[in-house]
Ligand binder design. Sequence first.
Ligand SMILES: [Zn+2]
Length: 419
Amino acid sequence: MESQRGKCEVVMAGSAVDGGGRLVAPAAIVVRDGVVEAVDAPVRVGAVSGATIRNCSGCVVVPPFVNAHTHLDLSFLTDLATVYQEQGFAAWLNRVRCDRPESNEDLCAAVQRGIELSHGGGVGWVGDIAGRRSMVSFEMLSKSSLEGVSYLEVFGLCGHHQAATVEFLRALVPQRRGGVQLGVSPHAPYSSGPLSFEAAMQRPMPLTTHLAETSEELEFMQHGGGPMRQLNDSLGLISPTWKPPGTHPVPWFLDRIPSDRTQSISAAHVNLIEPEMVDQLSQKGVVVMYCVRSNAFFDSARPQPRVHPWRAMMKAGVRVCLATDGICSLDRSDRLSPLDDARVLWKQGSVDAQTLLAMLSVHGLAAMGLAIEKALLQPGAKNGLIGFEVTNPHLGFRSVLDHDVSPQWIVPPVDSVIA
Ligand SMILES: [Zn+2]
């Protein structure tokens, strides 16, 4: 890795933009020892003594992206589209459950692959779901260029499974190493019971879950039947006394959140929601992680594609970020970046580039309870810069969305271990 110590450079960019609404075109970005010192019009920055000039005049320069919901340990699990299309969601989920890596060695290899795919996608922060309660993701992330949260995933729907999960959660010690924090993730309301969720919410750690993803989940929660019931039964996870909550998963989840909670709470998907629940989400401060391509993947076997209510959510004050989910429901396996989800929404129209950039950056940090300033172009930013070589860089992030160009790291994160 090239050392950044004692180095000062001025990056001359076609434009510099961030998720806080900043657009400077053209821009001069002063970077000393890998840390942003100033961002402004070149004429205002002037000459910087001892600095080298770097010509990036054909580039749009942005801080790295945030992918607040992914599964790095599934990075080798590709080609599952046929299972879903021919056998449905429960079969697909079961396949993921069975095929995910088990040994430490395989987990390390998969997480490492996920880290590299994220880096290649211009991602600087991840919210990673660590399966099998494994600390491998936490350990590996803390040694990588990525920051964020490693959420330990737990299940435990009822009976002794739920009791064991509660015991595990009560003994869990919050941890932080470098820019990586340990979090908790009860998997979903159809696989983790009320006591599991409540025990997780008692921990002073970031929390996330999968919520209101499919109609099968709603059927199971409301009536206790359908493919989710069959899956739970086949795995022996339902005790004879279990009864369905009889409610929609969104209010069920929100009711579990204590009024005095201090940790960040986020929910992936939230595809199926009644209009009156949107305000409740907003009041509880839950950040929604919209996985655009993952949704499209699961919609591919449905007669009608669903319209995600993210616009109504944002209008009601809910923070919504873009996230990828695992690579096993994506359309490409060469990188892991919510930028590709933003480009899908951009092609659909009726959204401005600035909103998408906020959904790719500051809202994602909020999902993990991290300071949103980390992803802003301002003095002290130290998580690196990425650039996009485009034909109209002065147009800012619009040009990035218009062109299918890959991100390039212009400045690596400080203390990065990936060259
Ligand atoms: Zn997920």
